[in-house]
Design a protein around this ligand. Structure first.
Ligand SMILES: Cc1ncc(COP(=O)(O)O)c(C=O)c1O
Length: 456
């Protein structure tokens, strides 16, 4: 045991420890069998607590997750990386899904839920007239890009924000390997993406309309698509979205809002409905089906009909579970006014973090929206501090990160109990920062950010 302030030593040693078990071992094996260990960067154990994260779950319900050794944790982190906004294994969604499994989840004929979901989505988004479906977010975006390019007959794309793993998006880093920095995921290498795509996907800056206008000047007549997240951690300023819409109309470009992360949290539907600007296409996935695979491309009939002029087709996009889960999820969101609940709980968490940070002398900022409440540590060694937070919260029975993606299953009681532990852990962190001992308290390596190879 290294020497640091006595009180910290007592608090860290006496009561709590990390439960090592099958999960940590299985993660080591997974990295040998699956490049990167998992199919989603954000579920790598290294993103939370390298060497010590339970890594795998046996079952999950509400906000509770049981690891492979039967230890129970409360999820105060990413809730299935923003997919399970109703909570894990939601009874109503599961009931609908189980019913269609028993009726046959795939057949030579099509599921009628495809049409029911289309009508439901168009009722919520009256500007739209047609849909196509996928089963993941990234492929839904790729479909939207193909339809938009087909519609305008132009190759180049102006983008800001994060939009997945596909060639069209990573191609941005062929021209300049920092183009994707600032768009959520630094360090994405365009290896394996054809060099011929260089300069086909070009970044502009959120809340900077001139940066978009400059792209249209520089690439005269070549840009046919603008794709962006309508908001992420901060919203539009100075009518930014309205100006983007005007520029799209002036240039004859298709405007796509990628609502994979932004939708269904602040209102039931795309957040653009709240922000008062309609795109030509909106893309949804994640929370739309509470963790069941589903992706949606929703657009005006005029633009969407161009999907008939190009080949977009896949067997698994016709199975029945995805649209069934989406219908059940959306209906429950409407019935329970889920966005109001997420805002209330997210506000309590953000206020609690701020209160205990102040109490223990920790400098951090709370960022919104409330449903995706986040703290940003204002220190050079912020990743070490975050690692210490995750480590100490894990010992106390919580899965944490610097975000909480709030769900309907999070109650005020959960928040109260969570904040009691935050108080304890922030006390340790506050003292460790003051004594410059943060690294000494870590029981494993520091968390990763961005994309990098994993050693196995
Ligand atoms: C805005 C946005 N677009 C696209 C994606 C990619 O979706 P998926 O991981 O389902 O492929 C994500 C995932 O985080 C996202 O947040």
């Amino acid at each position: 045991m290294k020497s640091f302030g006595n009180k910290i030593k007592v608090m860290i040693n006496m009561k709590y420890e990390i439960k090592k078990g099958k999960g940590q071992e299985l993660w080591k094996k997974a990295k040998k069998l699956i490049p990167g260990g998992t199919q989603l960067l954000s579920k790598r154990s290294e993103m939370f607590l390298p060497d010590n994260w339970p890594s795998f779950y046996d079952h999950a319900k509400g906000v509770e997750i049981w690891d492979l050794d039967g230890n129970k944790y409360i999820d105060m982190s990413l809730m299935g990386v923003s997919a399970c906004t109703l909570g894990y294994a939601d009874d109503d969604v599961n009931k609908s899904v189980k019913a269609v499994i028993d009726k046959g989840s795939a057949a030579t004929l099509n599921p009628p839920e495809d049409v029911e979901l289309a009508e439901l989505l168009i009722k919520i988004h009256p500007w739209a007239g047609m849909v196509r479906y996928s089963r993941t977010g990234g492929e839904a975006v790729a479909i939207a890009i193909r339809i938009a390019r087909t519609h305008t007959k132009k190759d180049k794309i102006a983008f800001c924000g994060y939009h997945g793993w596909h060639d069209w998006y990573l191609a941005s880093n062929l021209a300049d390997d920092s183009n994707l920095d600032g768009n959520l995921m630094p360090g994405l290498e365009p290896r394996g993406v054809p060099r011929q795509l260089t300069n086909t996907t070009i970044p502009f800056e959120y809340n900077n309309i001139d940066s978009l206008k400059k792209l249209f000047e520089k690439h005269k007549g070549e840009i046919g698509v603008i794709i962006m997240e309508p908001l992420r951690h901060s919203g539009p300023e100075n009518d930014f979205l309205k100006k983007v819409r005007e520029e799209a109309d002036k240039q004859g470009a298709v405007l796509i809002f990628d609502e994979i992360s932004s939708a269904w949290k602040q209102n039931v539907g795309g957040v653009h409905l709240l922000l008062g600007v309609n795109p030509d296409i909106a893309v949804f996935s994640k929370a739309i089906s509470n963790g069941f695979p589903m992706g949606v491309v929703l657009g005006t009939s005029k633009v969407m009909d161009s999907a008939q002029d190009t080949f977009i087709s896949s067997t698994q996009w016709t199975e029945r579970i995805g649209p069934t889960a989406a219908i059940a999820t959306i209906k429950k969101m409407q019935e329970k006014n889920v966005p109001a609940h997420l805002k209330k709980i997210g506000t309590l968490i953000g206020d609690g973090w701020a209160k205990y940070a102040k109490k223990h002398g920790i400098k951090l900022k709370i960022l919104g929206p409330e449903a995706l409440v986040t703290f940003a540590l204002e220190y050079e060694n912020k990743l070490e501090i975050l690692t210490l937070y995750n480590q100490e919260m894990l010992k106390r029975g919580y899965l944490t990160s610097d975000h909480v993606f709030v769900s309907l299953a999070h109650t005020e009681k959960h928040v109260k109990e969570f904040l009691e532990k935050v108080d304890e852990v922030f006390e340790i962190i506050g003292k460790a920062i003051k004594d410059k001992k943060v690294k000494d308290l870590l029981e494993g390596p520091v968390v990763h950010r961005g994309f990098k190879r994993l050693v196995w």
